[in-house]
Design a protein around this ligand. Structure first.
Ligand SMILES: Cc1cc2nc3c(=O)[nH]c(=O)nc-3n(C[C@H](O)[C@H](O)[C@H](O)COP(=O)(O)OP(=O)(O)OC[C@H]3O[C@@H](n4cnc5c(N)ncnc54)[C@H](O)[C@@H]3O)c2cc1C
Length: 482
């Protein structure tokens, strides 16, 4: 069933105790709701936006960025049913084994789970996102450079795909225009258990949802924002407010590095990265290189230069160019950012419509981020030269190791970390089961739980994590009605 808190009378619909109250109806919240309702759990899915874009809702996403140039916070996400899948690009790639073994770089890189615990959900997550479950490396492989592929979702819009199922579900109550404003517990029970959450519409109507368990699935910035806000209001009462909430926030920096001419086939699905062994040897993180078929100017000059500098390769490239098999390509990178404590979601001084502090996002790229980029490019370039496979012409800022250009893609709209998973509250906010440290019944879903980010896009893994959380919830508590 579905209700709009702005206009509907929800007294009947919100009555009684739900098995789970899920806050936020994006990819994470909807996946979790579907999994649980199909097994008979009674779910209240509370979405702050409506079933379409509205300025009033989107305004709650405004905030300040402090540090490196970044996208606007209200421009890099959407706040209505389906969340940011209403405009995501559909690029998909899962985490790899190495992504869960980055602690050669320090204890803050350590995941409390192993790769295989997530991998078992890959097939199902691929079905949800409608992508082929085929992420094996492709093409001739080298000990140093690997050729890998992404898969592309149509892209699935969660609103379009699941609105009907949610509306018709016997077990899910979808509340729209229901903005989380507070959580509460019964003092009689010792108090640490959250027993209800309060929601308000834009017209000021309120509702209280009582539930046995609560999940925040409000996206990779809001999950931190609300944990910080409730820690400010309630101290340690509901969870460990001393955990690094909001900290170790991460993005995937994206930049065009220059242009290249290569003597092999490139294409939308082919990307390059360094082998695990090289990344570990160089003590860097993951970086995906892309030879993009959109030509940059100056290809002809590059071809001429190539014929002088490397006549054999020049001939090969010219022959391929005649068959349209090769041309000048744009050389781009998107890479994994290190989890650094000072990159953080914090509460700012101004407030949104509901009186909740807006976000100050502190975000910078650090020395290790530049090292990951520079070393990956250096090794890739050596690989091209060694095999006489092509030539790269880097932009000045890369050649001279200047600062990043202030314009361009900058980053991927990928909001990760802030409520990260760890073995203890020393380095993280949630445990291996996505439960907030110090809480009895509050869980987090979405890419804010990532301990490290890999260099692949975040949505496929966050759907896997939502499926895993659903399994955990089912294994630990049967539905009330069952
Ligand atoms: C332009 C763009 C392109 C992208 N392309 C890709 C891509 O190609 N591949 C990829 O993997 N990822 C991509 N992403 C990222 C992807 O969209 C996100 O990873 C994904 O949508 C996150 O899902 P989520 O459910 O965790 O959060 P969200 O989608 O942010 O959903 C959170 C939900 O919570 C609701 N909410 C927020 N606050 C409250 C509140 N206080 N009370 C109640 N409800 C609330 C929101 O309205 C929203 O519906 C892209 C993002 C953008 C912006």
């Amino acid at each position: 069933m579905r209700y709009d808190l702005n206009v509907a009378d929800v007294r009947e619909a919100s009555r009684g105790e739900f098995d789970v109250c899920i806050v936020g109806a994006g990819a994470a919240g909807i996946t979790l709701t579907n999994e649980l309702t199909r097994h008979g759990y009674r779910i209240a899915l509370c979405e702050g936006g409506s079933d379409h874009f509205s300025e009033a809702s989107q305004d709650c996403y405004k905030g300040k960025v402090i540090g490196d140039p970044y996208l606007t916070l209200d421009g890099s996400r959407l706040r209505f049913l389906g969340g940011s899948t209403n405009h995501w690009g559909g690029w998909c790639r899962p985490f790899t084994e190495l992504d869960f073994r980055r602690d050669y770089l320090g204890p803050e890189y350590k995941w409390p789970i192993e790769y295989r615990e997530l991998h078992s959900y890959l097939g199902k997550a691929c079905n949800i996102l409608e992508v082929r479950n085929d992420f094996g490396d492709i093409g001739p492989q080298d000990e140093v450079v690997r050729v890998f592929q992404f898969q592309f979702s149509p892209p699935v819009r969660f609103r379009g795909k699941y609105e009907k199922e949610l509306t018709e579900s016997r077990h899910a109550m979808l509340f729209l225009d229901a903005n989380l404003i507070d959580i509460a517990g019964d003092r009689d029970n010792g108090g640490s258990r959250i027993t209800s959450a309060r929601f308000r519409s834009y017209t000021g109507k309120e509702m209280t949802i009582r539930a046995r368990r609560f999940v925040f699935a409000m996206g990779g910035i809001e999950n931190s924002r609300f944990l910080l806000w409730f820690a400010q209001r309630h101290g340690n009462r509901f969870y460990d407010s001393g955990a690094p909430i909001g900290k170790y926030w991460m993005e995937h920096p994206h930049f065009t590095l220059g242009k290249a001419i290569v003597g092999f086939e490139t294409g939308k699905r082919r990307f390059y990265h360094l082998s695990d062994r090289e990344q570990i040897r160089l003590r860097i993180l993951g970086c995906g290189l892309r030879l993009d078929l959109q030509p940059e100017g100056g290809t002809d000059e590059m071809m001429k230069e190539l014929s002088c500098a490397a006549p054999k390769l020049g001939k090969k490239v010219a022959a391929l160019a005649e068959k349209n098999l090769v041309c000048g390509v744009r050389f781009r990178a998107a890479w994994e950012q290190a989890p650094v404590i000072s990159n953080a979601v914090e509460l700012g001084r101004s407030h949104d419509h509901f009186g909740i502090p807006r976000v100050d996002l502190h975000w910078k790229k650090h020395a290790i981020d530049r090292r990951t980029l520079n070393e990956t490019v250096r090794v890739f370039n050596e690989w091209l030269l060694r095999g006489d496979l092509g030539r790269i012409q880097l932009r000045d800022w890369m050649v001279h190791d200047w600062n990043y250009p202030p314009q361009g893609e900058i980053a991927g709209n990928h909001h990760m970390g802030g409520t990260r998973m760890a073995e203890s509250a020393r380095y993280g906010v949630v445990d291996r089961n996505c439960k907030v440290f110090g809480s009895e019944n509050l869980y987090i879903a979405g890419s804010s739980i990532y301990t490290t980010s890999g260099f692949g896009n975040p949505t496929l893994p966050l759907v896997q994590f939502a499926l895993r959380l659903a399994d955990h919830m089912r294994q630990t508590e049967a539905p009330l009605a069952g």
